[in-house]
Design a protein around this ligand. Sequence first.
Ligand code: ATP
Length: 532
Amino acid sequence: MGKDTSFLFSGISFNKKKFANDFARFKEKEQGNGNGPTDDFDSRKLDPEEVAVSVRKRKRKNVSVSETVEGFSVFKSSKSVPLSIDEQNDQDEENQLSRKKKDLNWQIERDALLRKKHLIHVSGNNVPSPLQNFAELSSSYGCESYLLHNLAELGFEEPTPIQRQAIPVLLSGRECFACAPTGSGKTLAFVCPMLIKLKHASKDGIRAVILCPTRELAAQTTRECKRMAKGNKFRIKLMTKELVRNGDFSKLLCDILISTPLRLQLAIRKKKVDLSRVEYLVLDESDKLFELGMLKQIDSVAKACSNTSVIRSLFSATLPDFVEELARTIMHDAVRVIVGRKNTASDTIKQKLVFAGSEEGKLLALRQSFAESLNPPVLIFVQNKTRANELYEELKFDSIRVGVVHSDLAQKLRENAVDDFRAGNMWVLIATDVVARGLDFKGVNCVINFDFPDSAAAYIHRIGRSGRAGRTGEAITFYTEDDVPLLRNIANVMAASGCEVPCWIMALPKVKWRRHHPERESISTKPLDQKE
Ligand SMILES: Nc1ncnc2c1ncn2[C@@H]1O[C@H](COP(=O)(O)OP(=O)(O)OP(=O)(O)O)[C@@H](O)[C@H]1O
């Protein structure tokens, strides 16, 4: 046996006397012309370079290097063999791979912890990491300094949970449907990535569209967008009635267009706008937009945004299952982001239910509560326009500064009412659900549901006008016998956000909520002959 292979049998002694015949045959083969048994591994001369080549070959075939051969660790001894350049490269490659693997695991762990801390729940393939801070926008996503400067000027130190996750999702070019509590900064979550991705103003036509269910919200979003874009020359336009009538978008430069679905649909029909270059389409308050009344309008806008690489995103504080299902069928590889528990109210709002007995009882309770402590600004929601006017007529002589807003008012009056309330000139604003969604009235102390809301979602959005951006707020909901069957549904929302609810209400049977618009007695206390 050649000495080169002796390490394979170290510790084994061969009795040459006892196996003399075998030994003689073996000798013959060894001393022959070199055409010895090629399948006899023991007799082969092992050259270190050959070992290295074989290792590489084996590695390429995904065979582990530390694998043992017939019970012997063949490569243990290779420690003593100096590594060739190829070997060294292989080892470096391997080290790099294991480092990458470690980094990836660390990143996954870090992401999970951050999401857990901020109650962020995600689903989808390869969900991008949540933001640790706003600075990451520039280090990882090329955000320009004007935007970081604007964020700092507004006093936004940390991203809110929805911003932490939705911004990187959209910046990674993924579609997204997101649900986060009222007042949690969803607007910035879709405006910020849009500004970063569009980079600069261009003459290419409309590149982003934001749809909002009401004109007030569209106007507010336009303001917010402009505030964020300060220092950049983006053309950000609100679709007004005048623009639909007289605007010529072929001449009007516009990068980002904000509109209600109806106005945009009209403009599309009149061939006033070309949406074929739209890269971003946002449906804010998406569940409202997907309601029957607006679905057709949304459909025509979505079709007009014909660019196949358009990135669509859906945002709301309430995300019913039917919207999720719809979203899944129309979106590609979308990421779902939920902050907290889906369809719950903000936990900074103290919620209360008050039995008012009758319509008359509600007015009494309201006046009594104002007499005890009126802590403006207060927002009062009623069921319809008639009742909004009736309540306004009752309160306007009560020496409190009160206003009213609903969709029958002229646009200018609507705007004035909202602006006066925002500015603090008006203490109490009586409203229909037209201002229930999205409007950011800073510091509303109390929301009063004078009339029971017509759905759990309406309740969440109405009371969400207070307790915004981490502030505290209060919500009082009056109810009468007519509303008792649906009390449990509201109580569930209250309990989910940590409010106390009487046991008897939680013991009420659960009912499927249909649109709740009971016939209510008039609010007006005027004698019949003086009523309009
Ligand atoms: N990172 C931040 N830090 C502090 N405040 C913020 C931050 N982002 C947004 N805000 C402020 O929070 C408030 C609520 O934001 P926004 O209106 O976007 O909420 P929202 O989640 O869209 O609410 P809604 O569901 O009612 O539409 C605004 O006044 C906004 O300026």
